[in-house]
Design a protein around this ligand. Structure first.
Ligand SMILES: Cc1cc2nc3c(=O)[nH]c(=O)nc-3n(C[C@H](O)[C@H](O)[C@H](O)COP(=O)(O)OP(=O)(O)OC[C@H]3O[C@@H](n4cnc5c(N)ncnc54)[C@H](O)[C@@H]3O)c2cc1C
Length: 431
């Protein structure tokens, strides 16, 4: 008889970590990388497989490329076949404005890696620094002590009973639907008012192509060169137009938008194989959430979301991962407050400038000015990031503390008892 071997999913190597990160893509893997490089014991968990794809049109802006360069990852990304983008062209109707992008050794140009490449390289680098990753496993709940301070996570994976792992801090890098934000009741500090839909697919593109951003009244589109000799070609419209015009099929409606923007862009898109799949995102209004609380923090889309039309989500995720790493390594509440203050400074400006484009209330005559405002925010971000030291572990942390909100000894030992879960007994733990 053939023998069948049941392989159980892996389990965490330790019962306790300095940091547990829920979500292991650009925000989570970056946070893991920086904390592990600083010597912390880090566990990152993602319910999706290692190296899997996700919704994204890949375009990195200057702050993200600068961070990746400073972390030593630009070269691995280039070696993985990610083309360097040396110019970006804005098409306002018939008007074209091309901007060269080379801004020095740390910013030789821009890149737009597929997420199967970017997220994998971040995970590999974090693993190389000692972080532990569990893929294909979901965090189903958090648990807290009697004072309401988050103490760890409950992991659920195929074929195993739920498993509790404790950590000094639990980081929610778990995207728009963040479980960590929900469990911790993270307050929404600001809500955006507009949303746009984006429908995209891939088509062959010539070597050396730049970014192209197209706009005409009420519609937008882009061509973003990525890996494998392909460009991601996107049609973007207000969500209400998506609901009306894309209902009967994404393919035809996307082509109509691309055609209206530029026949050349539509022709480029038509080079895709006939059976190529399209991806669609209907749109979600932006938000900024409280970024931290006792024993928890949010990074990436979990804490701040802005419409993809300005291609700034990954830049935000990497910037906030670095800021959070500094706060975790410092461990004081003041450091977390300073991190959130800086995050909010940029997040508010990015949300303002993004909604100014995603709202589609512009005319071609005033859109250039809106893009220049966004560009000025990115310039300030690049300056802030370039002056930021790499996160390092403090001597006090190396000796076993302090860490965020660490309460006096013996007063808040983790209590992994039924009823201490934030889900099951929120009022009990949040007093
Ligand atoms: C259509 C579209 C196009 C975009 N284009 C661009 C672009 O061109 N440039 C750009 O910079 N940004 C772009 N963005 C934004 C960018 O994709 C996000 O900002 C970025 O992915 C946020 O990264 P993250 O790590 O915070 O979250 P995510 O990438 O959403 O990752 C969260 C991870 O958490 C995991 N997870 C969630 N819950 C759990 C759980 N309970 N247990 C375990 N794991 C969990 C998920 O499996 C997921 O892998 C785009 C977004 C969309 C929707």
């Amino acid at each position: 008889m053939p023998s069948t071997t049941l392989s159980l999913p892996p389990v965490p190597k330790r019962p306790h970590y300095d940091a547990i990160i829920v979500g292991a893509r650009c925000a989570g893997a970056s946070t893991a990388l920086l904390l592990a490089r600083a010597g912390l014991k880090v566990l990152a968990i993602d319910r999706r497989p290692y190296g899997s794809d996700t919704l994204s049109t890949h375009a990195l802006m200057r702050p993200a490329v600068l961070q990746l360069s400073r972390w030593g990852l630009l070269e691995p990304l280039r070696k993985a076949g990610t083309p360097l983008i040396e110019a970006t062209t804005f098409h306002y109707g018939e008007e074209e404005i091309t901007i060269p992008l080379n801004a020095g050794p740390d910013l030789p140009g821009l890149i737009a890696p597929r997420r199967t490449v970017l997220d994998r390289i971040l995970v590999d680098a974090a693993r190389g620094a000692g972080a532990e990753f569990l893929h294909d496993m979901a965090v189903g709940d958090l648990f807290a002590d009697t004072r309401g301070r988050v103490r760890g996570v409950e992991i659920r994976g195929a074929g195993r009973a739920a498993l509790r792992v404790s950590g000094d801090i639990v980081v929610g890098a778990d995207g728009i639907g963040s479980l960590v934000a929900r469990c911790c009741d993270a307050q929404v500090l600001r809500s955006g008012t507009v949303s746009a839909a984006h429908v995209y697919g891939y088509a062959p593109v010539e070597t050396g192509a730049g970014y192209h951003w197209h706009f005409r009244d009420g519609i937008a589109g882009s061509l973003i060169p990525t890996n494998d000799g392909l460009a991601c070609i996107v049609a973007s419209v207000p969500t209400r137009m998506f609901d009306q015009r894309f209902r009967l099929g994404h393919g035809r409606a996307r082509m109509e938008v691309l055609e209206a923007l530029s026949p050349a862009l539509a022709e480029q898109a038509s080079r895709a194989p006939k059976d190529a799949r399209l991806q669609a995102f209907r749109g979600v209004p932006g938000y900024i959430r409280q970024a931290f609380g006792p024993g928890w923090a949010l990074v990436g889309d979990a804490g701040f979301f802005r419409d993809p039309i300005t291609s700034h989500g990954i830049s935000d995720a990497l910037r906030d991962a670095a800021g959070l790493a500094h706060a975790v390594l410092d461990g004081s509440e003041a450091a977390f407050a300073a991190w959130q203050q800086e995050r909010d400074l940029f997040a508010n400006q990015i949300l303002d400038t993004t909604d100014a484009v995603a709202g589609f209330d512009w005319t071609l005559a005033d859109l250039g000015e809106r893009h220049r405002r966004l560009s000025a925010v990115m310039k300030a971000e690049v300056q802030a990031l370039a002056g930021q030291p790499m996160p390092v572990r403090r001597a006090a942390y190396a000796a076993g503390g302090p860490i965020a909100y660490r309460a006096p000894a013996n007063q808040d030992e983790p209590r992994a008892t039924a009823g201490s879960s934030l889900h099951r007994n929120r009022t009990g733990v949040r007093q």
